[in-house]
Design a protein. Structure first.
Length: 137
């Protein structure tokens, strides 16, 4: 029985496309998410980005240490960069937009799921925290 093997140009093209897709995914995953606030909510772009509507955000707090991260259920883990859906000790199901090397994290509850966002400077986290609190009062 002959197995189907790609040879020559088709194999090179397919392999090149696979490598390009992997490189794009890694690049998008390593790029920090951008955070924008508008009338509708907190808009996080990038891998696993989403608009978090103001009236559904609850229990906002700033953390200086990330709780222990458990099992990844759907996401990307590239060393200190984690994006996607994980289990987090003490919080359960969570969506992470974090770099574990950052010094501050904002977390909030959204539709039964905990959300974590990391910031390289605590002052940046404090600024976003105040802006969120002003919107959800």
């Amino acid at each position: 029985m002959n197995s189907l093997k790609l040879k020559g140009k088709p194999a090179i093209i397919i392999n090149s496309l696979v490598v390009i897709v992997i490189m794009i995914t890694v690049f998008l995953g390593l790029k920090p998410p951008s955070i924008a606030m508008n009338d509708n909510g907190l808009d996080i772009s990038g891998l696993y980005g989403k608009l978090y509507e103001w009236d559904l955000i609850e229990s906002v707090e700033v953390l200086t240490e990330m709780p222990k991260i458990g099992m990844r259920t759907n996401g990307m883990d590239l060393g200190s960069v984690q994006r996607g859906h994980y289990k987090v000790d003490g919080f359960g199901s969570a969506t992470l937009y974090i770099n574990k090397g950052h010094e501050a994290f904002i977390t909030f509850k959204y539709e039964g799921r905990q959300i974590f966002i990391s910031f390289d400077k605590k002052a940046n986290a404090d600024e976003i925290y105040i802006a969120i609190m002003n919107q959800i009062k």
